[in-house]
Design a protein around this ligand. Structure first.
Ligand code: ADP
Length: 402
């Protein structure tokens, strides 16, 4: 029998469960899939194994525990060669509060610490806990590790993470900026160092993770020193359906003058705003680019607001970094949209960024590399690999515990 060497990654989102089996050394993916639209009538499980795509319909009342049972059954019957090789399970957990600055092996104490962070991420931490409990029951022999989205940003200094609110709100209720997408930003910093052939402690990176959710981080010598998401993933950049930065007085106006309830405000800011709200068309960047080309004014405006806000953040992050080694684009939009990359760096002409148009067109759809002209500041595109970061952490902790 082969020595266990693979990691199962479980990522329980607010209505989906993504999973993958990876070799933590090479990053090679053996299996990937997701359960989508959980709790709805169109819920289904889709996966790719040995170059074959397959689908299984799910029932409306199938929850995370049921889906994990279904996965266990598949591991027993269809993916048994992978099950025998499982070294660890890595769980993505959105919020670790101030309790976790790195990944940890899961035990009872860790479970109760994750539980105590539920009020900071009510849509995410409870489902992550449900997934962890189900996986602990299903794979009792396999080491299980929690990898937190917030952990990488625990290195932020207090002047970057504090809101200018009464200090007691921080002391008593842990209200502060935490940041998210930590695994992605960490990967970007490490991969940039590899590509530039420099040690991580010697490079300063601005990492722009632009997907449906979007955040940007200032990373100094491998340590996050500022990031755009805050207490929750609403703060910062314009996103697909989330508003990003707002005047907090606007919330009072919505409530007092326009009579919005708290639930309605939550829905508005999380699901109806961002590029979707501005364009009144779509949250999808690719669709908006096509519509803008066809003359749709709302689509054009949404993309402009997105790029302008992003450019302002990039300029601002030269403050904590002093010298920027590289600006890196990642996430679905950052990896693919030559238009967004051009428009954003156009705003930054005062910072000497200059894209090479041919490289900018070429480095897309999974390609990696430099898109700026020779002898101008480095602008790179790097496809993010959050699962690989989770797999590496899980394997390292599992082997350390063995
Ligand atoms: P998530 O945050 O859900 O993981 P992704 O990182 O997959 O999101 O990013 C999704 C976004 O990437 C969508 O707005 C999508 O339109 C955009 N995108 C993907 N491919 C392209 C493309 N070729 N051009 C422009 N935008 C793209």
């Amino acid at each position: 029998m082969l020595e266990p060497d693979l990691v199962l990654i479980l990522n329980c989102g607010s209505s989906s469960l993504k999973f993958a089996v990876l070799d933590p050394e090479s990053g090679k993916e053996f299996l990937c899939g997701q359960a989508n639209a959980l709790g709805g009538t169109t819920a289904k499980l889709v996966w790719r194994y040995r170059a074959q795509n397959e689908t299984q319909q799910l029932d409306r009342d199938d929850d995370y525990t049921t889906v994990i049972r279904i996965l266990v059954d598949r591991f027993d019957r269809q993916w048994s060669e992978l099950r025998e090789r499982l070294l660890a399970i890595g769980h993505r957990v959105v919020h670790g509060g101030e309790l976790f600055a790195s990944s940890v092996l899961i035990d009872e104490e860790v479970l109760s610490a994750i539980r105590s962070c539920c009020e900071l991420a009510p849509l995410h931490n409870p489902v992550a806990l449900e997934g962890i409990q189900a996986a602990l029951a299903a794979f009792p022999q396999v080491s299980q590790v929690a990898v937190f989205d917030t952990a990488f940003h625990q290195s932020m200094p207090d002047y970057a993470y504090l809101y200018a609110l009464p200090y007691r709100l921080y002391q008593q209720h842990h209200i502060r900026r935490y940041g998210m997408h930590g695994s992605s930003h960490r990967y970007i910093s490490e991969r940039t160092a590899q590509l530039l052939r420099k040690p991580v402690p010697e490079i300063n990176v601005i990492s722009a993770h632009l997907g449906n959710g979007a955040s940007i981080a200032a990373i100094k010598g491998g340590q996050s020193v500022d990031t755009s998401m805050g207490l929750t993933p609403l703060e910062g950049l314009v996103m697909g359906t989330r508003c990003g930065d707002l005047d907090p007085g606007l919330l009072l106006y919505l409530g007092r003058t326009l009579n919005y309830s708290l639930d309605e405000i939550e829905q508005l800011l999380n699901r109806e705003s961002g590029m979707r709200g501005l364009s009144e068309l779509s949250n999808d960047c690719r669709a908006l680019e096509q519509a803008a080309e066809g003359g749709h004014t709302g689509a054009r405006l949404a993309l402009e607001v997105f790029c302008y806000r992003l450019a302002k953040y990039i300029a601002a992050y030269t403050i904590p970094l002093h010298q920027v080694t590289a600006l890196v684009f990642t996430g679905g939009i950052g990896e693919n949209s030559a238009w967004v990359r051009t428009r954003t760096t156009d705003w930054l002409n005062g910072h000497a960024y200059q894209l090479d148009p041919a490289l900018n067109e070429k480095i897309r759809f999974g390609a990696e590399g430099r898109i700026s002209r020779q002898n101008t500041p480095e602008v790179l595109v790097i496809p993010t690999r959050e699962e690989w970061v989770i797999a590496r952490d899980a394997a390292q902790l599992a082997l350390g515990a063995a």
